[in-house]
Structure formats: structure tokens, C-alpha cells
Design a protein around this ligand. Structure first.
Ligand SMILES: C[S@@+](CC[C@H](N)C(=O)[O-])C[C@H]1O[C@@H](n2cnc3c(N)ncnc32)[C@H](O)[C@@H]1O
Length: 766
């Protein structure tokens, strides 16, 4: 509860922090002469492309989403989206016009703001901090417009490029676009205005469907270009992964999905640490990550430039070693001008000084990331800025500093359908006063503390392979702007000394396949000055000891197999015997947590697996929790039941159905079982896609009735997979209860299975 309150407070604070300074969209003029002159001078696109570029960045950004989840369920969900929504979008337009004539008349004087804005503004996609000084940047204040849900109704985009309400009626709606470069056709882009959504029932339903499915973690609404860096990280299930500037977590979520993707094991060997300097944003990220119900993540709250050196116990040798990562993402704070289609406020605030302010912190985050990267590991550096001072300059400077220990990876064969431009080899530096410099030698003495040599290109750009950096420019494929560089570390850095063996999983690339070893040189570690923790600091996690007094009864009741290591279970406070909730984390996360208790500022880890649920007739004081069931399912051999589709629908639409409402098999199995928590399994066979996927639901077997503990949005998701419209089914069910249509329902019969309401708010549960 404490965490939920904190997450809620962080959400509210962030909303107001972002709303206060914001101007309504109608005030935002999508023009800025300084911006235009700056990038024309820099030649970020060829002169023949300039007008296309400018026209495109003035358009609102299409909204995008990815279908996530297990492979079979993702396929089923995609089929459902295409069948229920996409197939109707081009044909229902005219019907939608008729349906909504009245509404349209009221609104013909308004100009719409695109769905891209409404969806982007409600999503947790890239949020770049715009126009802040380096000092305030590292304070990590929440300033980006995209956190807020602005009241855009009736507001006009200033350049009038968005469709008017009248247009929506008379023109065909644009069909959704599949992002060809994203694997398996699972990512899509949509361009509908808010008015179109109001006027078209299919769009209205699609909108609430996307919101609902993203709450249950089965789709992620995320800007298209923001999906690229995790794809280029080449993540495997055994990787140790660090996301250095992770909030609000859209890329971290994607990384976690990939960590689980190629493994049948619900607790794979690898793990993901998501870090951010901003305490509030860390709590917001919790919500984003919790949807995925992964036991393999940890959220921490540090300044990435000074991330502490951590240790890890090598499972094979039992020795404690420095924790080095196989994959690092540096999605650094940046000026964010690549997001100006999404955040039109950037047009008003943009200035050439922002990049100069951010260059140093970007260098320092990258440098620390490379120190923490294992030899053979891969680091992806990204920004949503067009500016070479934040991009190529940072990469070139670091490659030179590392004296051959890192190199740019050639990604030209990866994501072949993604259009990209090469890294720039020349550029100039402009100060906020408008002075241009081509080289550091031209910079007057009084500006040299601010304009640094590392901001300029040098003669050796070719030999650094700087062209391997990737620039995504909006007009190439109707996206935002982005910069990505993929680096590989082939030996220890010049300022690190080779002392400790690198773990096997870290030595993947051919270059690193050598008896290399490395550790962070103490002399070059970030200053050990005592860090003052601002904002909330969570209590540490208390893992079960081998002789935990509660475990035997839990183990016996649910018949947990011996191979389940109960010391991976943990609680959130030490005092008292019986805890309200018990969480599980993977072995690897426990390894990190146990080794670094005093060094890490934890925000969140683990997935809830058991909740206290005492009943005089039940032998175990805990019931299984939906969040963590897929993590432990394979170990639980008691209290399980296979059920049928009709049971799933009954259990998800009725509060406490009597056994008599279930199928005969399920009824008889219920009668054979004692009271208490249980897990029900239904093997969903989808005839449309020819795929099978197991659906697990935790519940409670009462005296004469039973119930499931499945959070609202997950209920909706499962019902949809079963071919049931959740809105309709739940309304019908409510009426059935109100009208007491079932002859067997009497007040005296309704029993009271333990109900703590926890799952109902799990989506926000941090
Ligand atoms: C571009 S956003 C990250 C977006 C995120 N990767 C995502 O995909 O949702 C940059 C983040 O860097 C954080 N930040 C700024 N300075 C930082 C620092 N010194 N250390 C760690 N994080 C920092 C900001 O709080 C912000 O959340």
C-alpha cells in the first residue's frame, strides 16, 4: 500500500509538473527560425530533402504500439486486432460518418489534435528533458510534455496541418501501417485525430482496447523510433543488462520482454537493472515495468555518471567478482528535438545552447556505461536529438579516449527495412549567442570552459567508422527523429586494469574470445563520496532464510517441488512473523541484491507470488497471486486444476460463482479439493492462428463457490482471447447479479472467500 501511494503521488506530481508550464497546443507555432537555420547549416539532411524534412517535422507524430507477451498469445492478439479493428477501419468510415452526424456538426469549427498526440501523451514512451541545463538535468526534473494528458479537446494545432473535423467525415481514414522493420509484424503506427476517434465507433473501441491491453502488459504503446535501440542490443536470456537512464521505462520494458523471449524458463539466467537519477520518474517506471510480471528486473535510483561498482557471485566458482554487464543501454538525457512532432513545445523552447549544456553529462554517462560493460559486451547509445554535438561528437570522443578498446558495430544488415542515414562526419558548433565555430582553435578564451574540444569533429572521422552511427530522420518513414550508435568493447579500457576473470557469459564476440580479464580500476572509480539519497529510498528486501518458519506449510499445501529454491522468496520488512505479501525474484536478481545491499538505492524488484489470506478452514495462510503465477507455476504440483473455456468465462464475469455454475468436470474437481488458494489452467486453442497458449488464473476454492483473483485488465484480455467482448460480458454479468437471475443464488449461500482487493489494483501496484 505504501508503495502504491508513492507511485500514485509520483504520478500526480509528474502530471502537474508537466502541465503547469505547458501552453495549450493551439498556442504552439510549429516554426522556429533559429532551429531551421541551425540544422540547414549543419546539413543534417541533403539540400534536396530539406523541404520534405521541414514539412514532416511540422506534422503531428503518428501513435505507435507493439504487441508483446508470449509468442503464441502475441499472434492471437494481433489476429484479434486485425480482425476486430483494422479490417473495419477503411470500410466503417462512411458508416461512422452517419452514426455521428450530430456530433460532427457541433465540432465543425474545431480542428483536431491527432490521436498521435493523445496516445503519445498518455503513453510512457520517450520523454526527453528539453532545454534544461546540465545541472538541472542531473536533478532529473520532470519537464517533458509527453507525460501529461493535456486537455486538447477543441484545440487547434497551430499550423493547421491536422485534419479538421469536416475532413474526418468526408475522407477515408488512413489504414494502420505495419512497421515493416519490426520483427514478426508486431508493431503498428496509427494516424487518427481525436475527433475521428469520437466520430467512429471502431476507433473509439480501438482506443480503449489499446489502453486496456497495455495495462495488462500485452501491448506497449511506444514511439516507433524508441523501439530501435533495444532491437539492436541483441539480447539473450542469459544476459546481464543495465539500462542507465531508464525512466519512464518504455525501452526497459522492451528489454525485459526480449530477455524472456527466447526462453521457456520463466526465470531465465539473465536480468535487467533499470536506473534513473529521478526518484519520481523511477516510481512511474515501476508501473510500466510491473505490467510485465518479470522476476528478473530491479529498478534503482542513481546518478548514472556515478553508478556504484557492484559485485556478483560467480555461480560456477563461488567467488565474488565485479558485476560487469553483457549489454548496456545509454538512452541519455538530450535536447529532444527529435520529438518535436510529439512535443510541439520544443518549437518554442529550442536553442543551440541546449546541446552544449548536455554534451558533458552525455559523455560521462557513456564513459561510466563503458566501464561497467564486460569485454565482449555491447553498448547502445541513443538520443532523440538531431544534434551532432549530442551524438557523433560524443561517440567520436569516446572511441578516441578508449584507444581501440571499443568500436562501432556495423548494423547495416540489421533491421534491413529500416531507412536510416549514416553518421555525420562534419559539423559546426553554435553558441546560444549565435556565434559559429568550425574548430576549437576559433573559440575565444572566455568561452573555452563551455565550448569544449570534444564537441568538434576531427580529421579521423573516417577511420573511426563514424558513418556506422544511425540517424533516423522523420520524413524517411514518417517517424520521430533518433540517433543510435552500437558499440562493442573488445578489451579493457585504458584506465581500467585487468585483474579479475570475466565471466563466460560476458565473452561472446570473437574479439573478446580470449583469456581477457578486467575490473574497474579503483583509482578511476566514481568518487566514493557519501551519496545523499534524495526522494524515497525503499527498505531493503529480506529474502527467506533456508529455515523460514512459514515455508513448510506453504510448500506442503501447494506441493512446491523440492527443486524450487524458497530462498528466492522475499518480503519487504523484517519485523513481525507473517507478512502480507511474499515476492519472488530470479536467482540472478537475488545475487545482485544480496551482494550489494549497502550500495544500491533500490526502488523495486520482484513479483508478488503469495498473499496472506487466513481462513479458519484453510491449512495454509497464503494464497497464490496472479502477478507471479507464471514464475512459479512449473514448481507447483498441488492445488491445481484444469478447467474449460466455459469455466474461464464464468469465473471472469461472475464474482463468486457457485460450483453448480461450472462445467461438470470442474465441479467434481472442486468438490474433491479442500478450501483455499488454487491455480486453474486452461489450454487455449486458437483456431484462427492455429496456436495454443496456456492461461493461468489464481483463485480460491470456497465452501460452495469459488472465485478468481485476476486484475481487471487481465480479465479483459483473457475474455478477449476467449472470443468474448469484456465490456458486454461484464455488464451482462452485473445485471445478472443485480437481478439475481440464477435460481440457486440466495443471500445465505454467498460465502466470503478472502478478498483483499489487492489484485484489483495490481496494475498500479508498485
Ligand atoms: C531520454 S529519457 C530516457 C527514456 C527511457 N530510456 C525510455 O525509453 O522510456 C532520459 C532519462 O535520463 C534521466 N537522467 C538524466 N540525467 C541522468 C543521470 N545523470 N543519471 C541517470 N539518469 C539521468 C532522466 O531522468 C530521464 O528519465
Amino acid at each position: 500500500m505504501k508503495e502504491q501511494r508513492r507511485a500514485k503521488k509520483a504520478q500526480i506530481d509528474a502530471k502537474y509538473a508537466t502541465e503547469r508550464p505547458q501552453k495549450p497546443y493551439k498556442d504552439t507555432v510549429r516554426e522556429n527560425a533559429v532551429f531551421e537555420n541551425y540544422y540547414k547549416q549543419q546539413g543534417i539532411v541533403g539540400t534536396d530533402e530539406w523541404e520534405d524534412f521541414l514539412a514532416c517535422v511540422r506534422e503531428p507524430l503518428p501513435a505507435a504500439f507493439r504487441v508483446t507477451g508470449s509468442k503464441s498469445q502475441a499472434e492471437q492478439l494481433l489476429h484479434l486486432i486485425q480482425n476486430n479493428f483494422f479490417s473495419q477501419l477503411n470500410t466503417t468510415t462512411s458508416k461512422g460518418e452517419e452514426d455521428t452526424k450530430e456530433l460532427a456538426t457541433e465540432e465543425t469549427s474545431t480542428t483536431s489534435v491527432s490521436l498521435s498526440q493523445t496516445l503519445q501523451n498518455t503513453d510512457l514512451a520517450d520523454v526527453k528533458e528539453v532545454g534544461v541545463s546540465e545541472a538541472s538535468e542531473s536533478n532529473g526534473s520532470v519537464t517533458a510534455a509527453s507525460d501529461a494528458i493535456p486537455d486538447t479537446d477543441g484545440a487547434a494545432a497551430a499550423n493547421g496541418s491536422t485534419a479538421a473535423a469536416g475532413d474526418t467525415k468526408s475522407s477515408e481514414l488512413k489504414p494502420p501501417t505495419c512497421l515493416k522493420w519490426y520483427p514478426d509484424g508486431l508493431a503498428w503506427q496509427l494516424e487518427y485525430s481525436r475527433v475521428s476517434i469520437r466520430q467512429n465507433n471502431t476507433l473509439k473501441k480501438l482506443h480503449s482496447f489499446l489502453v486496456s491491453e497495455s495495462e495488462s502488459g500485452n501491448i506497449s504503446r511506444q514511439e516507433a523510433v524508441s523501439m530501435i535501440p533495444p532491437l539492436l542490443m541483441d539480447i539473450k536470456s542469459h544476459h546481464k543488462i543495465l539500462d542507465m537512464c531508464a525512466a519512464l521505462g518504455s525501452k526497459t520494458a522492451q528489454i525485459i520482454e526480449y530477455l524472456h523471449a527466447d526462453s521457456a524458463d520463466p526465470m531465465p539466467e539473465g536480468f535487467v537493472i533499470g536506473n534513473d537519477v529521478d526518484n519520481k520518474r523511477c516510481y512511474l517506471m515501476v508501473h510500466q515495468i510491473k505490467r510485465l510480471q518479470s522476476p528478473n528486473f530491479m529498478i534503482v535510483n542513481h546518478d548514472a555518471t556515478r553508478l556504484p561498482s557492484l559485485t556478483y557471485t560467480n555461480e560456477k566458482t563461488g567467488s565474488t567478482e565485479p558485476l560487469l554487464f553483457d549489454r548496456v543501454l545509454c538512452d541519455v538525457p538530450c535536447s529532444g528535438d527529435g520529438t518535436l512532432r510529439k512535443n510541439p513545445e520544443v518549437w518554442r523552447t529550442w536553442g543551440p545552447g541546449h546541446a552544449i549544456n548536455l554534451h558533458s553529462v552525455q559523455n560521462r554517462v557513456l564513459s561510466r556505461g563503458l566501464e561497467l560493460l564486460a569485454v565482449g559486451g555491447r553498448l547502445v547509445y541513443s538520443t532523440c536529438s538531431f544534434n551532432p554535438i549530442e551524438n557523433e561528437a560524443v561517440i567520436a570522443n569516446m572511441i578516441k579516449k578508449c584507444e581501440g578498446a571499443i568500436h562501432l558495430v556495423d548494423c547495416s544488415q540489421q533491421l534491413p527495412d529500416l531507412k536510416r542515414a549514416s553518421g555525420m562526419k562534419s559539423w559546426k558548433v553554435q553558441t546560444k549567442n549565435g556565434d559559429w565555430f568550425s574548430s576549437f582553435e576559433e573559440v575565444p578564451e572566455n568561452k573555452r570552459s563551455w565550448v569544449r574540444p570534444s564537441m568538434f569533429p576531427t580529421d579521423d572521422m573516417e577511420s573511426l567508422n563514424i558513418h556506422r552511427c544511425m540517424r533516423i530522420v522523420p520524413h524517411h518513414q514518417n517517424t520521430g527523429g533518433f540517433f543510435i550508435a552500437v558499440l562493442e568493447k573488445t578489451s579493457h579500457l585504458p584506465w581500467q586494469s585487468p585483474k579479475v576473470e570475466v565471466s563466460e557469459s560476458s565473452t561472446e564476440s570473437a574479439q573478446a574470445d580470449q583469456p581477457g580479464s578486467t575490473t574497474v580500476d579503483k583509482a578511476k572509480e566514481p568518487p566514493t563520496k557519501k551519496v545523499k539519497y534524495a526522494g524515497f529510498r525503499e527498505d531493503p528486501f529480506f529474502y527467506f532464510e533456508a529455515d523460514n518458519s512459514q515455508w513448510p506449510s506453504i510448500k506442503e499445501f501447494y506441493k512446491f517441488e523440492d527443486s524450487f529454491d524458497h530462498t528466492q522468496l522475499m518480503v519487504r520488512s523484517k519485523e513481525g512473523e507473517k507478512k502480507r505479501n511474499i515476492y519472488v525474484s530470479s536467482k540472478s536478481i537475488k545475487n545482485v541484491a544480496k551482494n550489494n545491499e549497502s550500495k544500491i538505492k533500490y526502488i523495486n524488484t520482484g513479483v508478488k507470488v503469495l498473499a496472506r489470506s487466513e481462513h479458519e478452514m484453510c491449512k495454509c495462510s497464503y494464497r497464490l497471486v496472479q502477478d507471479g503465477i507464471s514464475s512459479v507455476d512449473q514448481f507447483v504440483h498441488g492445488r491445481r486444476m484444469n478447467i474449460e473455456k466455459a469455466d474461464v468465462i464464468e469465473l471472469l464475469t461472475q464474482e463468486n460463482p457457485f460450483f453448480s455454475r461450472l462445467t461438470p468436470n470442474t465441479q467434481s474437481n472442486m468438490l474433491k479439493m479442500d478450501m483455499g488458494g488454487l491455480v486453474m489452467r486452461y489450454l487455449h486453442n486458437d483456431s484462427n492462428t492455429g496456436t495454443e497458449s496456456p492461461i493461468l488464473m489464481t483463485g480460491w476454492r470456497g465452501k460452495t463457490s469459488c472465485r478468481v483473483y485476476v486484475p481487471k485488465f487481465e480479465r479483459h484480455h483473457i475474455l478477449r482471447l476467449c472470443g468474448v467482448d469484456p465490456d458486454k460480458a461484464l455488464i451482462d454479468a452485473e445485471w445478472a447479479i443485480k437481478g439475481k437471475t440464477g435460481p440457486e443464488i440466495t443471500a445465505a449461500d454467498v460465502e466470503d472467500p478472502p478478498k483483499d482487493g489487492v489484485e484489483e489494483i495490481t496494475a498500479a501496484d508498485s
